[in-house]
Write a protein that binds this ligand. Structure first.
Ligand code: SF4
Ligand code: SF4
Length: 318
């Protein structure tokens, strides 16, 4: 969970924070098979290293670049957990370290994180991105990455943390939910299937591990409502995988702008979809077309498919 709040009976009613954090360039702690990944941020400059994302794509162990090798070495220290494996942890508003993990984060936001946050805050995607984020091209992934801005005048605390916990608890990012776990998806080079497992990220400042409560990974993820985040992040991973297959290190500026628009700036993308009648190039049902008008999830799913065709159509035969 993280931060936040707790997992106790009433703790979810309160809000609370996030979880510790992470870092890899794109989504959840990911490393892609072609060593495109991003692991620069795995090591944070002034605290212990942190993983802030909930998906990790591990690199092909036979073909590591220096940076991914560094991450890979770290990953070796983790025990792989299946959904039925257990870990001991609890986070609640009475714990001494409460909110300690909701600051100084290198917090990457996935497209679905942004969708949920802008809806919860009742902001347009453009307004949310302007107020609360910065973006750059991931040095490893070569794709646009969006990062949550910490409050410089408030000891780099998360803009959404309060004394009583997370003020966006119902829509907090996936990495805040799944903490203290990280989800790893490992795809080895030349293999089409992925291995999924989870690891526990145990940080020294987190006292939640001293609490007696035990969870299976499955119970924890269910309690934190992580499933839609996993589903949407998996769609995005298809783009990352295509980019790696393309062998291109960087996209053209216009391609980056289209990716940013369709994945992050959803309300502006909706305008483009209807202004340019983008659906006409894709056979979609009347009902789906109607959904694009007012259903952000449907629009994001359409946008991800559109990006796949627009940027990597030569690979997928469109
Ligand atoms: S969104 Fe911010 S305040 Fe909320 S749990 Fe995540 S880091 Fe903490
Ligand atoms: S440091 Fe750990 S126990 Fe403390 S508030 Fe954060 S997640 Fe909860």
């Amino acid at each position: 969970m993280r931060p936040g709040l707790s997992h106790g009976v009433n703790s979810r009613v309160l809000n609370s924070g996030s979880g510790p954090a992470s870092s890899v360039d794109f989504m959840p702690f990911q490393m892609l098979s072609a060593c495109q990944t991003v692991c620069e941020s795995v090591i944070r400059p002034h605290t212990s290293w942190q993983i802030r994302e909930n998906i990790v794509l591990c690199p092909d162990s036979t073909n590591l670049c220096g940076k991914t090798a560094q991450t890979s070495t770290l990953m070796k220290d983790f025990k792989k957990l299946s959904l039925d494996d257990t870990f001991q942890f609890s986070c609640h508003s009475g714990i001494l370290c409460f909110n300690r993990c909701c600051g100084d984060l290198n917090q990457f936001l996935t497209p679905y994180d942004i969708l949920r946050l802008k809806q919860g805050l009742k902001l347009s995607s453009g307004e949310f991105l302007k107020r609360h984020t910065t973006h750059h091209i991931g040095p490893g992934s070569g794709l646009p990455i969006v990062t949550l801005k910490m409050q410089e005048h408030e000891n780099l605390s998360c803009p959404f943390v309060s004394k009583t916990g997370c003020t966006v608890y119902q829509d907090r990012p996936g990495s805040c939910r799944i903490y203290p776990l990280a989800r790893i998806i490992q795809r080895r080079k030349n293999q089409h299937t992925c291995e999924e497992f989870h690891v526990v990220i145990q940080e020294a400042h987190c006292l939640g591990f001293e609490e007696p409560k035990k969870w299976t990974v499955r119970e924890w993820k269910k309690s934190q409502a992580v499933e839609p985040y996993d589903e949407m992040n998996d769609l995005l991973m298809e783009i990352i995988s295509l980019k790696n297959r393309s062998g291109r290190k960087r996209l053209e500026q216009q391609e980056n702008e289209l990716f940013y628009l369709a994945c992050y700036d959803l309300d502006r993308y909706r305008d483009l979809v209807f202004e340019k009648r983008l659906w006409e190039a894709y056979p979609i049902e009347e009902k789906v077309l109607k959904d694009l008008e007012d259903d952000d999830v449907a629009l994001m799913q359409f946008g991800i498919e559109w990006i796949k065709g627009r940027l990597f159509g030569d690979i997928i035969g469109i």
